[in-house]
Design a protein around this ligand. Structure first.
Ligand code: NIG
Ligand code: FE
Length: 380
């Protein structure tokens, strides 16, 4: 195995309290991990050198929330929304029908295309949820396909109650619970969309508890469409993450601040549903740990661009660029309970991004411009 000196780094953002930001920095990659960090003039001898020619280097983004197993799109639904129609969970059924009708190869190819887009936007670690199958067979094949792309696979059989179960919700809850033992062979996480038009708090509690009993780790879609008790449930269950958090009471904010649950904010969802943005400043000031993720899905947030999400979070959610960058790296890692990614400290995975810009500030300062020069993902 060879060691590589990554050098000539104009600005190196490590996200590590030990090293902070370095100008004229360098680091050594050994067996996929960072083994040395410092000024380039003090760098040790290595087998190979890789010059980044003065570019900015940041940790790879960690996308802790993405729905990538589906086919088709909902451009007409988006267009109608931009003309005044409100978003509702009901649109999910369009994608469920398309996904059920697709072959494994089609689902795999669409996911592969989206993963390539994620990586081109600087994302090096990503989560994938099921949730557009909603039958035993279609949920399990979604998880199986997702597992070929990432270890961060989430079982979201409880995305919505499918149409054929509309009059017998309890039967669908039982069906989802019955899928858990098989789902746990591919998935690490369990998630429920607990909101208006999806699952109630009582249903969510039943499903999440069954998942936890089978060894799945909890994360939850909470408080996207209305302020309910979902965030409280997420905290009670020690979820790694409560996702969306668009509508929060003071009580929710206090509960999150006192918990080990990350509030994952999804700027693409408010953007694409023309909704009011969550107040990230309020969360940070209260001591809540936050993440930013893409929520890539064909309905409410069809973006794979983390720089876009950062720019929107800075402009609309009250974050500084530094806070948004941290939320998209360290925050995402915390939302996946990972300490090996999201930073470039000693021992971290050597997942990093070269920016064609003199500073990370340009991620928000130059919205819509592709500044990702190269994404480097260490082999496991
Ligand atoms: O995270 N909120 C629930 N699920 C997705 C939307 C899925 C869809 O509209 O297809 C979300 O926004
Ligand atoms: Fe989502």
């Amino acid at each position: 195995m060879t060691s590589t000196l990554v050098t000539d780094i104009g600005l190196l953002v490590t996200n590590s309290s030990e090293f902070g930001d370095l100008t004229d920095g360098a680091f050594v990659v050994d067996r996929g991990k960072i083994s040395w960090i410092g000024k380039k003039d003090a760098a040790p001898q290595c087998d190979e050198q890789y010059s980044v020619a003065g570019r900015t280097v940041i940790p790879g983004f960690v996308d802790s929330h993405a729905h990538l197993i589906f086919t088709g799109d909902r451009a007409a639904e988006f267009e109608a929304r931009m003309s005044g129609t409100h978003y509702s969970a009901g649109g999910i059924s369009t994608t469920v029908a398309a996904t059920r009708a697709a072959s494994d190869e089609e689902l795999q190819a669409n996911c592969s295309r989206l993963v390539a887009e994620l990586q081109a936007s600087g994302i090096t670690t990503f989560e994938i949820k099921s949730g557009y199958g909603l039958t035993v067979e279609d949920e399990l094949r979604s998880l199986r396909i997702a597992r070929d792309f990432t270890e961060e696979v989430t079982f979201l059989g409880a995305h919505v109650v499918p149409k054929e179960y509309a009059d017998r919700r309890a039967d669908y809850v039982d069906l989802v619970i019955g899928m858990i033992p098989e789902a746990a062979k591919f998935a690490k996480w369990i998630d429920v969309f607990c909101d208006r038009g999806a699952f109630t708090v009582a249903e969510a509690k039943q499903i999440m508890s069954a998942g936890i009993e089978h060894g799945l780790l909890p994360r939850m879609h909470a408080n996207q469409l209305e302020a309910g008790e979902a965030v409280q449930l997420a905290v009670e269950l020690d979820c790694a993450s409560a996702d969306h958090c668009t509508h929060l009471s003071d009580h929710d904010v206090q509960a999150l601040a006192a918990s080990n649950t990350v509030a994952t904010l999804l700027p693409g969802a408010e953007f694409s549903t023309r909704a009011v943005y969550p107040d990230a400043r309020r969360l940070i000031d209260a001591g809540v740990s936050i993440a930013i993720a893409t929520d890539c899905n064909p309905g409410s947030s069809y973006t794979t661009s983390m720089p876009f999400c950062i720019a929107v979070a800075v402009r609309e959610m009250g974050l500084s660029v530094r806070e948004a960058l941290e939320a998209a790296t360290l925050g995402g890692a915390r939302a996946l309970r990972r300490d090996d990614v999201g930073h470039l400290g000693l021992g971290a995975k050597a997942d990093f991004v070269e920016l064609d810009a003199p500073s990370f500030i340009h991620l928000a300062y130059r919205p819509g411009v592709n500044l990702i020069y190269k994404t480097h993902r260490a082999e496991n």
